[in-house]
Every structure is written in C-alpha cells, then in structure tokens.
Design a protein around this ligand. Structure first.
Ligand code: AMP
Length: 223
C-alpha cells in the first residue's frame, strides 16, 4: 500500500500560505486543502456549516475545533485526496494537530513535512490590508507585492477580485492575536517531531517557492 503524503503549511495570516500552497500542490501533484476556503465556500452556499463558521470568521476568531476537525476529516477521506494533501490553515490549535495525527493513522499516511513561512508580526497588517482574493477560486493578489495585471481582475481566471471581510483592519489585528496565542505553539509541536522547515516569508514569492520546492523535492528523493 502507498503511504499517503501530507504536508502542513504553517505561518501567520498574511504570510503567503495560500499563494505558496498553489505552487507546491501543483508541482507535487497533491490536493490543496484550505480550511478557510472550505468555510468560505460553505458561507457562499449558505449551508448550516457556513452560517455557523461565519459567526467566528467575522470576528477573526477560530471556528470551534470539533466542527473544523469533522469538516477536514470528511474532506481528506474523499477520493481526490487518495495520494495525500497539502494542508493550508489546518491545524490551527494543538487539539486539531493531535486529531490530525489520529486521522492520518486511519488514512494510512503521515505528516511528512511542515514548512513554516515566517513573517514578523509588524508587517502582517500591511500585507493583509492590501490583499485581494478572486471570487471564483480564491487566487490571491496584493496591491504592492503581487498586483494583478488588470486592477480588480484575477490573472488566472478573469474573475472579480474582492477584499475579504476579515482582511479589514480591526479583524486583522484580532486574527494575528489569535494566531500568536493558539497557532504559534504548533511550531514547537512540529519542531519536536523534527518536521519543521523555516522559510523567510519576507523574500519574494518566487524565492519563497524555490526554497520550499527544493526542500520538499529533497525529501521526496530520500523517501
Ligand atoms: P484563512 O483563510 O486560513 O485565513 O481562514 C479564515 C478564517 O476561517 C479564520 O480566521 C477562522 O475563522 C476560520 N478557520 C480557517 N481554518 C481554521 C481552523 N483550522 N480552525 C478554526 N478556524 C479556522
């Protein structure tokens, strides 16, 4: 049996996880699973889960663990994740990380690497406030760091770009605080398991991708 490969992308909101996840998932032929994007899809479709999640997302808080874990479990069990997945935005708490470890035993897989995209807190606000997201598939742009060729239009699929409600200034501050308290401790959790690989997220998008891909490529060669 082939062991499934899971990669967990860690980093604060605004570090570039979504942008890098698109590049890595394509190169490594892994499914890109973004917990935030799944919640936003549910919200768009006005499902019960979407309405519940929105109460937390709007405040910049985390959706409760039990709901989030059940949603991810359901997603990882689907056939398009048969080779594994690249996780972006999950886990975000210690109990989510432990639940993931348990789930992956059942799915005959394991977390193989945890790239941590490090960006100092003081520049995250600027990054999030200038961010634009594509309506149809969630491609991410930035006024200054990654401007679209035509303002307001996604380079990839031509759909409209919008500013996420939770990218507005007050909510951004809350999300960063929530990250520091609840998610940052996961760095130590994965470091202790020898899985953490830190990348300087202030470098250009291409430099960060190159560094991530060379690290992950080297791991594949040795597996
Ligand atoms: P993101 O797109 O990753 O920035 O996530 C947007 C929002 O979705 C977060 O601020 C949370 O409210 C919610 N969310 C996403 N992933 C998780 C998670 N793993 N646990 C709890 N809430 C989450």
């Amino acid at each position: 049996m082939i062991m499934r490969t899971y990669i967990v992308l860690l980093g604060p909101p605004g570090a570039g996880k979504g942008t890098q996840a698109e590049v890595i998932a394509e190169k490594m032929a892994l499914q890109h699973i973004s917990s935030g994007a799944i919640f936003r899809e549910h919200l768009h479709d006005q499902t019960e889960l979407g309405k519940l999640a929105a109460q937390y997302m709007d405040r910049g808080e985390l959706v409760p663990d039990d709901v989030t874990i059940a949603m991810i479990r359901d997603r990882l069990e689907r056939p398009d994740c048969a080779l594994g997945a690249l996780l972006d935005g999950f886990p975000r708490t210690r109990s989510q990380a432990e639940a993931l470890d348990g789930m992956l035993v059942e799915l005959h897989g394991a977390v193989k690497a945890v790239p941590y995209i490090y960006v100092p807190e003081e520049i995250l606000v600027e990054r999030l406030a200038g961010r634009w997201t594509c309506r149809s598939q969630g491609h991410v742009f930035h006024d200054k760091y990654h401007p679209p060729k035509q303002p307001g239009i996604c380079d990839e699929d031509g759909s409209e770009l919008y500013q996420r409600d939770d990218d507005k200034a007050e909510t951004v501050m809350r999300r960063i605080r929530v990250y520091l308290v609840q998610t940052k401790p996961l760095i130590a959790y994965y470091q202790e398991q020898g899985l953490l690989f830190q990348v300087d997220g202030t470098l250009s998008i291409d430099q960060v991708s190159a560094s991530l891909l060379s690290y992950l490529g080297a791991l594949e060669d040795h597996s």
